[in-house]
Ligand binder design. Structure first.
Ligand SMILES: Nc1nc2c(ncn2[C@@H]2O[C@H](COP(=O)(O)OP(=O)(O)OP(=O)(O)O)[C@@H](O)[C@H]2O)c(=O)[nH]1
Length: 375
């Protein structure tokens, strides 16, 4: 119980600056940057106290200064008025880490063990800067460190190392850098692959596999987008709900594969008939929804009739058989004071009227609806 609440408090402490608006990626970066700052300031503080106890005030002061910078990096997110606090903290953490490491190489730290800490630089560099920038900063760090170590007469060092130690330090640092670089490269490639895959899956989830048209889910975002545009621009927006007449009979006569072929052919035909800004989706089994931005009820009706008449006059060739189908269509102009769902329900009602009135016809919301003459 006690452990759980301590853990919760600790996680909350590491979540300083995160918020829902920032999104998961930024929050993750903040969390890890806070974790780095936390580890940074606790370890450097312990080392600062230890150096003070051992009677090394210069080292102690340097470590204490680094600890203060890391502490500031953790809490900078509390001051959003400073701007991009994630960038400020990550750059500050990384720069102070590099300076501290170079200082440890210069001074030797406690009993010349200071350089042992430099191996934390490669993972931190790749985490904060990615592969390309990370390699550049590591190259700069390695060059500065090598010059400091190998400069004649150790004028750039505050301590003395053996030549073997210096060369082994440089080689082993390069080895660790290359290994981390390779790891970062593979990680980045896997990440890109997963991103690509998830984007593809997201796209697939929006499409109907048979006709390749958008499905209901895919159409939803377009409906919402166009509806909010209607609210702003007041340009007309129409929906058109279209259903294949007696489709069950097509399935019965030509079997399911024949029915599928008709759905595919009609979908391709619909796509050819609409403008670039129009969208057609498979709304249900043999039902299609057209979304027509910047189109009033009259123009939507004309388009519906053009499509209906062409389908009526065409035949679909399937395995040497000519299949004839007709369409019933409901046309409705979306009113700004009704929701998209209401507008689609109205179009559905008009489609129902078209079916009731004998099929193979279009009924629009603005039409005078006399009973269809028979005989
Ligand atoms: N081949 C095929 N048939 C489908 C698909 N989705 C739905 N259907 C069929 O479409 C038919 C729709 O039948 P109904 O809803 O009775 O309508 P209808 O026969 O078109 O009659 P009306 O709409 O009243 O003119 C059903 O037989 C469904 O099985 C599909 O993906 N492929």
């Amino acid at each position: 119980m006690m452990f759980a609440s301590t853990r919760k408090a600790f996680v909350k402490y590491l979540e300083v600056g995160t918020s829902e608006e920032k999104g998961p990626d930024a929050n993750q970066q903040l969390f890890v940057s806070n974790l780095f700052s936390f580890i940074g300031y606790t370890i450097t503080l312990i080392l600062a106290l230890s150096a003070a106890i051992r009677g090394n005030p210069t080292l102690s002061m340097s470590l204490f200064a680094a600890s203060s910078v890391f502490f500031f990096c953790h809490h900078v997110h509390r001051f959003p008025q400073l701007g991009n606090t994630i960038l400020i903290s990550t750059r500050l953490i990384f720069t102070s880490l590099l300076v501290l490491m170079l200082y440890l190489v210069y001074s030797g730290g406690v009993s010349n063990t200071g350089p042992l800490w430099i191996y934390i630089v490669p993972p931190v560099a790749f985490f904060f800067s990615g592969l390309g920038k990370g390699l550049k900063s590591l190259a700069a760090f390695t060059i500065i460190m090598t010059i400091m170590l190998l400069y004649p007469n150790e004028v750039l060092l505050g301590t003395t190392y053996t030549l073997e130690f210096k060369t082994r330090l440089i080689y082993s640092f390069l080895t660790v850098t290359l290994l981390f670089g390779f790891y970062e490269y593979s990680r980045q490639k896997s990440y890109d692959y997963i991103q690509e895959l998830s984007q593809k899956n997201e796209q697939l989830a929006m499409r109907d596999p048979l006709t390749r048209l958008l499905n209901r889910r895919g159409m939803r975002t377009h409906l919402d987008h166009e509806y909010s545009r209607l609210q702003r621009s007041k340009e007309p927006l129409s929906v058109l709900l279209c259903d294949i007449d007696h489709f069950k009979q097509v399935n019965d006569k030509y079997f399911h594969d024949g029915g599928d072929f008709v759905l595919e052919s009609l979908s391709a035909f619909f796509v050819q008939q609409i403008r670039q800004q129009d969208i057609v989706a498979r709304w249900g089994g043999e039902e299609f929804l057209f979304l027509l931005p910047n189109t009033n009820s009259n123009d939507a009706f004309l388009l519906a009739e053009k499509i209906r008449k062409q389908v009526e006059n065409e035949t679909i060739q399937y395995k040497n058989k000519a299949i004839k189908v007709t369409l019933s269509i409901g046309v409705n102009e979306v009113k700004p004071n009704e929701s998209v769902d209401q507008a689609i329900n109205n179009a559905d009602h008009l489609l129902y009227l078209a079916k009731n009135r004998g099929r193979n016809q279009t009924v629009a919301s603005n039409m005078f609806l006399p009973e269809k003459q028979t005989g």
